[in-house]
Write a protein that binds this ligand. Structure first.
Ligand code: SF4
Length: 266
């Protein structure tokens, strides 16, 4: 099922970011067609309808590149996260190139760029994304195809995401892999974790990881796929500090064995 697309105009392109390592956030899209069950972006956007219909509506900020061009002339240079709320490589990006046009502006500016996506469409822009000015990161929750089809129904598959890291690494772009969110009983087994860490290692990327963040709408979306009973169990385990302590320990132990740089995301 394709999302419904809507056009909108924005007054600003860069907003201040509170995320580690980022000075600014740039989100050319509002809403995300990938529709991951665990996504807490709709809660951040504070839009009840978006929470309910997450994955089904995407707004395109049609003037974002022009607004950005004016802002980079007058704002203090810093690192821009592309994107921090909604994936910058929506399927419609192939046609409308909002993110690409923003990257062109940033490439010619004094700003650094940290791209985060789940889509291999980012490879289209490999001609722009070069050198130390850029970093590229992808999220991989698990390589288990059955789990991926349930929790990330419309995102490109994890192998394609790992390929993104490999290709950018070859072009001397710093790369990282976000392992998460880790959900009890879904993608927290030592085998699942090890598989992802091995892919990070093979792509020369460093690793950040985090557990499920239960913001408004997340549990309800998980319930639609896993059922109320299963989600009640997930919720209970998340409240158990021992669970996360042992998962963290496993990630850090395995990373050490593999010689991987790894850190907790928040
Ligand atoms: S790709 Fe990212 S922004 Fe989009 S639904 Fe998934 S977690 Fe949310």
């Amino acid at each position: 099922m394709k999302a419904r697309y809507h056009l909108m105009r924005c007054k600003s392109a860069l907003s201040k970011s509170g995320l580690p390592g980022l000075d600014y956030a740039l989100n050319p899209y509002r809403g995300c067609e990938h529709g991951c069950l665990y996504c807490y972006s709709p809660a951040i956007l504070r839009d009840a309808e978006l929470v309910e219909r997450w994955g089904q509506d995407v707004w395109l900020k049609e003037n974002v590149a022009e607004v950005l061009r004016a802002e980079v002339r007058r704002k203090r240079p810093g690192v821009v996260g592309v994107s921090t709320v909604c994936d910058p490589y929506q399927p419609i990006e192939k046609e409308v190139e909002l993110t690409r046009r923003c990257l062109e502006v940033l490439r010619d500016s004094g700003f650094g760029v940290c791209i985060q996506t789940k889509s291999d469409l980012v490879l289209r822009d490999r001609d722009l994304i070069r050198g130390e000015k850029f970093e590229v990161g992808v999220t991989v929750t698990t390589l288990d195809a059955d789990v991926v089809s349930k929790i990330e129904p419309r995102a490109p598959d994890p192998d394609a995401r790992v390929q993104v890291l490999k290709e950018f690494k070859e072009r001397n772009v710093e790369t990282w892999l976000f392992l998460g969110p880790i959900i009890p009983g879904v993608n927290d087994s030592p085998e699942q974790i090890e598989e992802v860490l091995r892919e990070a290692k093979s792509s020369g990327s460093y690793v950040m990881y985090d557990k499920l963040n239960v913001k408004t709408g997340v549990l309800e979306r998980l319930e639609r796929v896993f059922g109320a009973e299963e989600v009640a169990k997930i919720k209970k385990i998340l409240q158990t500090p021992e669970w996360w302590r042992s998962v963290k320990k496993e990630i850090e132990r395995k990373s050490k064995v593999l010689g991987l740089k790894c850190e907790s995301a928040f």
